[in-house]
Design a protein around this ligand. Structure first.
Ligand code: COA
Length: 319
């Protein structure tokens, strides 16, 4: 398969570090030094499905197809207002598509997992166009009184339309079960048959920052090395490494270990924060729209997230 269209959308409200410092014990200096984040776009008046539909429409338009031409929609989403139906089902109606739809929750690595599923669907042979959309509102998962998590995130959506082709060269996915380092527990309805302690569920995101940092660097490096090896490509031959935008220091560490330079590690974390699985397709769309991607260039995507889920893929840009 190959990418034939990209799109992205983000909420209108820009929240600066200084704005956060008005209600949290934090500072612009701390946040920028430890994370690289300057501002993030945060959902206020928008709904996530509107952002997602906009990102999809842009990608569909660029692909030169109509929503009715889609054979499958895969939506990567960790949390939204609907427990059911799936966000992809809602998007199908908004876009006017009529294909099967499914959501997956691969946390921040969801884009790579969705691409891998799309690749398998193309292998089946009866698909022409698959839409992968990542739509996330992590700012509604965090406790806004907790400075160690809420400063890190932003909201947004990124989408790609995939068509038949030879763009993708290799994939690597890994999952290591870990419910300690990064998790969120949702309180379910009480029943007459379940009596649990009130304290058992914490409804905001919990994160052991330093553990996640180490896992992220190690897993991402292994995945990248594996996709390079599988594709028979050297690290120096990659034009753009698009990494999950979680922390600038994570990106810098991986860049140094791979012996690469800054120009090959594009980033927009400074303007968006961590938008979970939407971060790579949003960055991809930004590079695409700014004509930074040239036909034949080699790209690596690499992401990691709660699960612990990690994944990478290597592709040649064909647009
Ligand atoms: N502002 C000011 N101080 C803060 C702060 C904030 N927003 N958040 C935490 N601190 C404080 C801590 O309370 C701690 O204070 P103490 O030393 O008095 O206890 C101090 O800063 C250092 O905290 P620490 O957790 O050691 O900082 P760190 O250098 O590890 O940076 C993260 C914290 C979260 C930025 C970093 O660990 C990280 O980015 N981890 C990966 C997170 C991630 O990628 N998550 C998403 C995965 S998909």
């Amino acid at each position: 398969m190959k990418i034939i269209g990209t799109g992205s959308s983000s909420p209108s409200l820009t929240v600066s570090n200084d704005m956060l410092a008005t209600f949290l014990d934090t500072s612009d200096e701390w946040i920028q030094t430890r994370t690289g984040i300057k501002t993030r776009q945060v959902i206020s008046t928008e709904r996530l499905e509107d952002l997602a539909a906009q990102a999809c429409s842009i990608a569909i338009h660029e692909a030169g197809i109509k929503a009715e031409d889609l054979d499958y929609i895969i939506c990567s989403n960790t949390l939204n207002e609907y427990v059911t139906p799936a966000l992809s089902c809602i998007l199908q109606g908004m876009l006017g598509a009529d294909c099967p739809c499914i959501d997956l929750n691969g946390a921040c690595a969801g884009f790579i997992y969705a691409l891998d599923m799309a690749d398998a669907l193309f292998e089946r042979g009866n698909m022409e166009h698959i839409l992968v959309v990542c739509a996330e509102e992590p700012t509604r998962m965090v406790d806004w009184t907790k400075r160690d998590t809420c400063v890190l995130f932003g909201d947004g959506a990124g989408a790609v339309v995939l068509g038949k082709g030879e763009g993708f060269k290799s994939f690597k996915l890994s999952t290591f079960s870990n419910t300690e380092a990064l998790y969120q527990i949702r309180k379910l309805q009480d029943t007459p048959f379940i009596k649990r302690e009130e304290t058992e569920g914490n409804d905001a995101l919990v994160m052991k920052g330093q553990d996640v940092f180490k896992l992220a660097v190690n897993c991402s490096l292994n995945d990248i090395k594996d996709v390079l090896k599988l594709a028979g490509v050297k690290a120096d031959e990659i034009d753009h490494y698009l990494l999950h935008q979680a922390n600038m220091r994570i990106l810098d560490t991986i860049m140094r270990y791979l012996g690469q330079s800054e120009k090959n590690f594009p980033h927009n974390i400074e303007r968006y924060g961590n938008t979970s699985s939407a971060s790579i397709p949003m960055l991809l769309d930004e590079l695409n729209k700014n004509n930074k991607l040239k036909t034949g260039q080699k790209l690596v995507f690499s992401a990691f997230g709660a699960g612990f889920t990690t994944g990478a893929c290597l592709l040649e840009w064909t647009m």
